[in-house]
Design a protein around this ligand. Structure first.
Ligand code: GDP
Length: 423
């Protein structure tokens, strides 16, 4: 398929990094369409874990073009460090990465005000990297973009105007004292030089590649339930994480997308605050967290753990128009006697058929469970469908039936080859 979107079908951390890495073998370009350096895709290569923050997960394949679209917000210093780190691994990323001039910059004042906002009531549980505030400036039409670095004078003046506004709004943000547009620019100077040769017209490059018959993979960060519009608002990320954000975030038309693949774990996790109907009691969650190593790749934060939520997964199938599902981390459930799935919700004694949009409507929802007997055998070595234990296959076949979306493959370990295609 010439243009495929890979989207998280849950609250992020579904293992998209591994999946994009695998699919990138057959792609010419891999492009990130939204999010910032809060995402942490981990990809295993030769027994080593490589953590990626903004660089697309196709980067482990030599020679593939890796693009960062207009929908992404970038911290240039962090991007340069990431690229340097990958170059040091022999991946030669510097010469094959491209970034849209329309991508917005995360600046020091965004981090300062986010720290202030998150220490007060109504904290979202963000990663504290200034991402939400960079997107806020974008929506307010006062953001500074990669392309704006071409005019340093105007850049510094605009940063000063933003700083003035932020000081008024967040008088408690002490880091803003002494910050100026000039200083922000000076701090950025080296990175600005570094990024210049990497700036490219992502939209035009992808369009050209597609018309030349090349294959493009559009990689999302976070997941559908953290989408700014369709997630559990306000406990969401500040960008369009769902599949519709993909063409928007790289500058192509929606009809250029041929295929949408949703990635879901065989269970569920969430980071940050907000409702999570299928969450487990902590004793059970601790066991799953250890089995699945459910700690944030960027922050090290322990993830909240729960069972698969079918209501949410059906919603993700609808909102993204999923053509296929890839189920990850099946192996993590190998030792569980019972596996539960939330198959419906009840709110104030009434059945809720559809996943409610927004945290306020979701919070009172109580799950109705279906229980499966665990397969209690190791799936990590399975490479063909029939290698999987019968009960695991039944579980997966039931998921695809209930969602109405075919499973394309199942991941049974972090390594690239630990995967089973659906027979
Ligand atoms: P992403 O943000 O969606 O890419 O997900 P993360 O990288 O944060 O989390 C996925 C983690 O699970 C990474 O450490 C992967 O190496 C690991 N992983 C991916 N697929 C599997 C799998 O099938 N089984 C196991 N045990 N680990 C996996």
């Amino acid at each position: 398929m010439p243009c495929t979107v890979v989207v998280g079908a849950q609250w992020g951390d579904e293992g998209k990094g591994k999946i994009v890495d695998a699919l990138a073998a057959n792609a010419d370009i891999v492009a990130r369409y939204q999010g910032g350096p809060n995402a942490g895709h981990s990809v295993m290569r030769d027994g080593r874990t490589i953590v990626l923050h903004v660089v697309p997960s196709g980067v482990l394949h030599p020679g593939k073009r890796c693009l960062i679209g207009n929908g992404v917000v970038v911290n240039l210093a962090a991007l340069r460090d990431e690229v340097t780190r990958l170059d040091a691994l022999g991946l030669e990323v510097t010469h094959r990465i491209g970034i849209s001039p329309a991508a917005h910059l995360i600046l020091p004042y965004h981090r300062a005000v986010e720290a202030a906002a998150e220490s007060g009531p109504g904290a979202i549980g963000t990663t504290g990297r200034g991402i939400g505030f960079a997107y806020r400036d974008k929506a307010a039409r006062v953001g500074l973009r990669v392309g704006d670095l071409d005019d340093p004078q105007e850049f510094a003046a605009a940063a000063d105007r933003n700083l003035e506004r932020m000081r008024r709004e967040f008088p408690e943000a002490s880091e803003l004292v002494g910050m100026s547009g000039e200083l922000v620019l000076r701090e950025l100077a080296e990175c600005a030089e570094w990024v210049k040769p990497r700036v490219c017209d992502v939209s035009a490059d992808i369009a050209q590649a597609l018309s030349a018959g090349q294959r493009v993979l559009l990689e999302g960060a976070q997941g559908t339930l953290l989408d700014l519009d369709h997630g559990t608002y306000p406990y969401v990320t500040s960008s369009a994480a769902s599949a519709a954000g993909a063409p928007l975030g790289v500058g192509i038309g929606p009809r250029a997308v041929d295929r949408v693949i949703g990635v879901t774990k065989a269970y569920c996790t969430r980071v940050g605050n907000g409702p999570f109907p299928s969450e487990m009691p902590e004793a059970e969650a601790a066991r799953l967290r250890d089995a699945g190593e459910e700690y944030g790749a960027t922050t090290g934060r322990p993830r909240r753990c729960g069972w698969l939520d079918l209501v949410a997964l059906r919603y993700a199938a609808r909102v993204n128009g999923l053509d296929a599902l890839i189920v990850t981390k099946l192996d993590v459930l190998d030792d569980f006697d019972e596996i539960r799935v939330a198959v419906g919700y009840e709110r104030f004694g009434r059945r809720v058929e559809e996943f409610p949009s927004g945290a306020r409507a979701l919070a009172p929802c109580r799950p109705k469970w279906k229980t499966f007997r665990g397969w209690k055998s190791q799936t990590g070595a399975a490479r063909r469908w029939l290698d999987l234990p019968e009960r695991a296959r039944e579980y997966l076949e039931w998921i695809e039936r209930e969602c109405g979306v075919p499973i394309e493959s199942v991941s049974v370990g972090a390594e690239r080859e630990a995967a089973v295609a659906r027979a």
